[in-house]
Ligand binder design. Structure first.
Ligand SMILES: NC(=O)c1ccc[n+]([C@@H]2O[C@H](COP(=O)([O-])OP(=O)(O)OC[C@H]3O[C@@H](n4cnc5c(N)ncnc54)[C@H](O)[C@@H]3O)[C@@H](O)[C@H]2O)c1
Length: 317
């Protein structure tokens, strides 16, 4: 495999991060900036995006914010144009924008509007990012495209939530798709002989970000079509439920996630993940189940998982 950019090579180059107005995206932007990169943050939320961009600029990072809706290909193309116009090229792209895609009840009861919203942002958004940016990376001749996945779906779906009832199937389905897309992309890039690489990021741990309360910014076009029977999720409520189930909740610093990406680029690591945790057992159990043509006994039960470990990744976004 050819040698790629190392961290030092990133200096002076440009990173584009979708979902950059907060959470993991902003942390990635800051980390890229501190590595000497120019940074384009993209998000659908204009005001938080402005604040996030200003925070980076206040640190001396050359940063630009571009309001972007990843569900709209024209908007993502405009982001690519803006990044090139402003900084002359693009070398690292993080398809990181995401929505919590929570839906209540059993899978067959989920609101179709929840499916559409989750699929449009988490899957189509990534496809749009690939289509708009890979040709630019190919033109540059080197670079990295990083898609944000999750153990919830990337490994196996969380089937049962912290209250013991069914957990949303929307989110894990979209993240399973993100892994599949990234695997295909990796192969297709390799087939062309390019030095451009695809990576998949599993943020890991319990992260204090906006994803738990995505419903606060739900666009009208995805308005619920069914009457909700339960209150919307809040991070405080999730923490309470985990603690009531005997699990101690400790948030992983977002800088740790950003380090996975920087280190993963330097090491040319496809799987951008932290050190092994109990969640890895889901992967081996799943492989064993497939090979044995057995029952899917690896499916994640968040309560059981927390009884086993409080530092794994599989039970949350
Ligand atoms: N927080 C976790 O525990 C966790 C764990 C694993 C994976 N992830 C993934 O990490 C990524 C970042 O999420 P986060 O946890 O930082 O949450 P977050 O809500 O803080 O960040 C997501 C960002 O995406 C933006 N976004 C939503 N819809 C968009 C659209 N249509 N166009 C452009 N931007 C849009 C939001 O405005 C928000 O700023 C997501 O893909 C999420 O699924 C999060």
């Amino acid at each position: 495999m050819p040698t790629m950019s190392r961290v030092a090579d990133l200096r002076g180059k440009t990173a584009v991060v979708t979902g950059g107005a907060g959470g993991i995206g902003q942390a990635l932007g800051r980390r890229f900036g501190r590595a000497g990169m120019k940074v384009v943050l993209a998000d659908v939320l204009a005001e938080p995006l402005r604040e996030a961009t200003r925070a980076l600029a206040d640190e001396g990072i050359e940063a630009a914010g571009v309001v972007t809706d990843v569900t709209d290909y024209t908007s993502v193309e405009a982001l690519a144009d803006a990044a090139r116009d402003r900084f002359g090229g693009v070398h690292v792209v993080c398809n990181n924008a995401g929505t919590g895609a929570v839906s209540e009840g059993y899978l067959w009861e989920h609101d179709l509007a929840d499916w559409r919203w989750g699929i449009d942002v988490n899957v189509l958004g990534v496809i749009h990012g690939i289509k708009a940016f890979v040709p630019i990376l190919l033109e540059a001749g080197e670079g990295h495209l990083i898609n944000t996945c999750s153990g919830n779906g990337g490994f196996a779906p969380i089937a049962r939530g912290a209250m013991g009832g069914p957990a949303t199937a929307v989110y894990p389905m979209t993240k399973a798709a993100v892994l599949c897309l990234t695997e295909s992309l990796y192969t297709h890039l390799e087939m062309t002989g390019t030095r451009v690489r695809a990576h998949v990021l599993f943020p890991g741990g319990f992260l204090n970000t906006g994803i738990w309360e995505s419903w606060r910014h739900r666009p009208d076009r995805y308005a619920a079509t069914q009457q909700r029977r339960t209150p919307e999720t809040t991070l405080a409520g999730v923490v309470d439920r985990f603690e009531a189930a005997g699990a101690h909740v400790e948030f992983t610093p977002l800088d740790t996630v950003a380090d996975l990406v920087i280190d993963g680029i330097a090491a040319e690591r496809f799987w951008m993940m932290g050190p092994p945790t109990a969640a890895d057992q889901v992967v081996s159990k799943k492989a064993a189940s497939i090979l044995a043509r057995g029952e899917p006994d690896y499916l994640v039960d968040v309560l059981v998982q927390h009884a086993e470990s409080t530092s794994d990744e599989g039970g949350r976004p």
